[in-house]
Design a binder for this molecule. Structure first.
Ligand SMILES: Cc1cc2nc3c(=O)[nH]c(=O)nc-3n(C[C@H](O)[C@H](O)[C@H](O)COP(=O)(O)OP(=O)(O)OC[C@H]3O[C@@H](n4cnc5c(N)ncnc54)[C@H](O)[C@@H]3O)c2cc1C
Length: 165
C-alpha cells in the first residue's frame, strides 16, 4: 500500500516522504505549476469513490489553470498532522479557495480509537472545527470539510493542525 510515483518522482515533483506521495494543495496542484495529480499517487485511498472525487477536482483545476482562471501565486497555508494523526492531505491549502467552496481534508490516524472520538482542527491554540467521529482506525481514511465560514481564520493562519483524540 505505497503510492506508485515513478512518473511524479521523475518529473521532480516535491514529495511527502512520510506517505510516499506528491505534495499537493487543495486544487491537487503539485510543486510544478500546471502539473496536477490525484488518486493513489497522492496517498493510498481505501475507497475508489474518493479517488473519483479527487480526480474530478484535479481535472477541473487543470482546466482552470489552462484557461488562466486561477491564480496559483497566492498564500498557501500548511496542514499538519497533530496528535494521533499520521498525515493530512492536502498538505497545503489556498485560503482563496474558501471564497468559492469548502475544502476537504483527509487523513489517517496512528492508533485506533473506538469511543468518544473527536477530530479537532486548530490554528495554534485557536480551535477552528471540532467534529465527533463514531471511531477512528488506521485502515480507514478520516475526512473533515473546512467550510467557507472559516475563511477569515484560515486566511490569517500560517499552519493548521488536525488532531484526533
Ligand atoms: C486489493 C485491493 C482491493 C481494493 N478493493 C476496493 C473495493 O472493494 N472498493 C473500493 O472502492 N476500492 C477498493 N480498492 C481501492 C481502489 O482500488 C483504489 O483506491 C483505486 O484503484 C485507486 O485509483 P488510482 O486511479 O489512483 O490508481 P490505480 O487504480 O492504481 O491506477 C493507476 C494506474 O496507473 C498505471 N501506471 C502506474 N505507473 C505507470 C507508468 N509509469 N506509466 C503508465 N501507467 C502507469 C497503473 O498500471 C494503473 O493502471 C482496493 C485496492 C486494493 C489494492
Amino acid at each position: 500500500m505505497i503510492p506508485e510515483n515513478e512518473l511524479t518522482r521523475r518529473a521532480g515533483v516535491e514529495m511527502d516522504e512520510r506517505i510516499g506521495g506528491a505534495v499537493v494543495d487543495d486544487t491537487f496542484s503539485t510543486s510544478i505549476p500546471g502539473m496536477f495529480v490525484a488518486g493513489n499517487v497522492v496517498h493510498v485511498y481505501d475507497l475508489v469513490d474518493y479517488v473519483s472525487q479527487a480526480g474530478e477536482k484535479a481535472g477541473s483545476s487543470a482546466a482552470d489553470y489552462i484557461r488562466g482562471k486561477a491564480s496559483y501565486s497566492g498564500k498557501k497555508v500548511k496542514t499538519s498532522a497533530g496528535k494521533n494523526v499520521r498525515y493530512v492531505v492536502p498538505q497545503l491549502i489556498r485560503p482563496e479557495s474558501l471564497k468559492e467552496t469548502s475544502i476537504l481534508l483527509q487523513m489517517r490516524v496512528v492508533a485506533p480509537l473506538e469511543h468518544r472520538v473527536e477530530l479537532i482542527v486548530r490554528d495554534g491554540e485557536k480551535e477552528i472545527i471540532r467534529k465527533r467521529l463514531p471511531y477512528a482506525r488506521p485502515g480507514e481514511m478520516v475526512s473533515v470539510s473546512l467550510p467557507q465560514s472559516v475563511y477569515d481564520v484560515v486566511q490569517q493562519a500560517d499552519e493548521i493542525t488536525v488532531e484526533i483524540l
